[in-house]
Design a protein around this ligand. Sequence first.
Ligand code: SF4
Ligand code: SF4
Ligand SMILES: [Zn+2]
Length: 483
Amino acid sequence: MAESTRLEEKDFKPSLKKSFGRSLARYLSGRCNECGKERFLSAIDYYSSKKTDCIHCQVTSYLTWPIIHIFFKRLLISKETTKQILDDQLLRGTMMNLIKGIAYFGVKIPQPTRVPVVIVWNITNRCNLNCLHCHQSSTRSPSERELTTNEAFKIVDKLSNAGLSILTFSGGEPLVRNDIFDVIKRATDNGIYCTVASNGILMKPKIVEKLCNVGVHRVEIGLDGANAETHDFLRNKRGSFKATVKGIQNCVKYGNFEEIAITSTLYKSNVKEIPKIIDVAESLGATRFYLNRLIPAGRGIDITHLDVSHKEKRTILNYLYNRFHASVVNGDGIQCYARGMTYLARVGYEQSHGQIFHVSEAFSGYDTMFKKKFGGELSKFVRRFAKGFSGCSAGLTYCGLTAQGDLIPCVPSPMKLGNLLEEKLVDIWANNETLNNMRDRKNLKGSCGKCDYNGLCGGCRYTAHFMTDDWLGPDLSCPFGAK
Ligand code: SF4
Ligand code: SF4
Ligand SMILES: [Zn+2]
């Protein structure tokens, strides 16, 4: 191996470098005693404008600026791009969240942030479809009371005040909520980067335009086959393939999204078709492809017999990695990633001799945005730090949110961590014992605990919980086993 991927005991002993990192993060995330501004933000503002009314902030900026400057220089990021990055509201907020995470949790691999960077919000459990694999068991009418518009607004305001960067509206089918545009607008007005996950059927030209008008940057649409037979079977409705393809075409034609992602759920009948589905996605104008594992949650539990074998999974992951490498590294074709199969990072690590592997699920989706804004320099940065954010993101940089406002470790999980109408995001995130245990991969058990790749991969924590009744247990869906 080019570099160890295992979290060694020494990684957990306080070293001088780590203590310095944490002390610096504590200082930068603290507020100026004079004007009350967060020191990191005042340092980067001073770098941009060279102006401040506060003498304390001026001194802080002089002291901290060389460290920030060296940091970016060592990453080979030019002065001009550094300035652009530091001026970007979304990245400023994310960096502040990361610094606060280091201050609170210490320097870790992987590194938890102070609050999630990404939340996927199943804003409704209602759906116009009744898919066989739905992990929410969604139907046309909700089984529980869902948040009112005002309650949803309240939650959006809380998320933005807490420093959340990215919010994905999912479901059920988020477009069946009449107030979805108002809720998204509230979030984008608050500076949150919004994306929508949909089955595509309701993506009519007017809806696409409305989504763009309220500031949606990215849509992702489920397409489970390269033809009607394989897609319609899993979607449990004849004609859904045609309607979804039309929805994707509408997004391409009538929208100006930064990204159109296609997601496919892997199962026995489409495993041989995946290369073709990726080609279809590309020919339709999508810019990204996610291969999802058949997650054993909701109605998905009833069809686990449709899951692929370990051998089939290994073959398709090797193929996916080659497409990932061609697209993300060589810029050739649609970008390919996996979800719920953290061991794709292991495949990448082995095939590239330790050079390239994919980042965490939460962070993998923004390469196009980075390239558009920063011409590829930030992608280098993300890749350089991939090891610190790789594998399962649940409890580290990501969590889920339900239609009732309950925070959950990941969208398929029924485990409620706390309700956002009643509690603060920062408190639920920091105080939950399960999340805290998951944050240290040295706590993992069984094959994932023994595996050399637990630093890069760590297994799908939800699957481990489902199969072993232990959030720290082995991910038995792994087709490789411990190395
Ligand atoms: S055993 Fe666990 S940590 Fe190792 S590759 Fe498989 S899922 Fe990942
Ligand atoms: S638990 Fe982790 S790996 Fe599994 S689906 Fe959630 S984020 Fe992905
Ligand atoms: Zn000040």
